[in-house]
Design a protein. Structure first.
Length: 197
């Protein structure tokens, strides 16, 4: 099964590179957004647990991350080659398109009470809500975290911690101020949160 997912991702990547390489006038934004469905899902539910939900994500955050992939300040074996072929107008249009979509409900399991308590303590110690807001809905250029895939959240926080994700040094500093097991608790806690938006 893991091999099949990898093959599907490679196929999606090759399709995306081919599609992005076409003249811009030959594609609508909807056609360009279809490329994203290969990993991020047709109805906003990602194909793999380490891929983020982008449907309903904040527009400014989506644009900044596409820009960072485009410039190489954020790296990913699948996203980097796709983003390299996007113009600034494409990135803005894709960010606006996905921000207007409905956030999918993944029905992720609630963490145990002790895990939720550990997460809330760690969140309070680093002040996550000062940027991601009280319901973790984010705003503008700050990511919505509530209801995001648990594995993606954990992988991302660990990437900030080891500085392999380098497009937000402030996040790296915050993730280094807490313990790795706090990161696991936070990811479980945030994944289960749902907000009406």
């Amino acid at each position: 099964m893991a091999g099949r997912c990898t093959d599907l991702r490679r196929l999606a990547l090759l399709s995306a590179i081919a599609l992005v390489g076409l003249p811009a006038h030959a594609q609508t934004i909807e056609e360009k957004a279809q490329v994203c469905a290969g990993c991020h899902g047709e109805a906003g539910v990602p194909q793999e647990k380490t891929a983020p939900i982008i449907w309903g994500q904040n527009e400014g955050y989506l644009y900044l991350n596409l820009r960072d992939f485009n410039k190489g300040t954020r790296k990913n074996e699948l996203m980097s080659p796709i983003a390299e072929g996007l113009s600034k107008d494409d990135m803005k249009a894709l960010a606006a398109y996905f921000a207007k979509q409905k956030w999918p409900h993944l029905d992720q399991p609630a963490p145990a009470k002790d895990v939720a308590s550990k997460a809330q303590s760690a969140i309070g110690s680093v002040g996550c809500t000062s940027c991601h807001l009280d319901q973790f809905q984010g705003d503008g250029t700050t990511a919505r975290l509530a209801g995001q895939q648990q594995e993606y959240l954990k992988t991302t926080m660990l990437a900030f911690r080891d500085r392999s994700r380098a497009n937000n040094p402030g996040m790296s500093d915050l993730m280094n101020s807490i313990q790795p097991d706090d990161i696991d608790a936070i990811s479980q806690y945030l994944a289960e949160l749902q907000i009406n938006r």
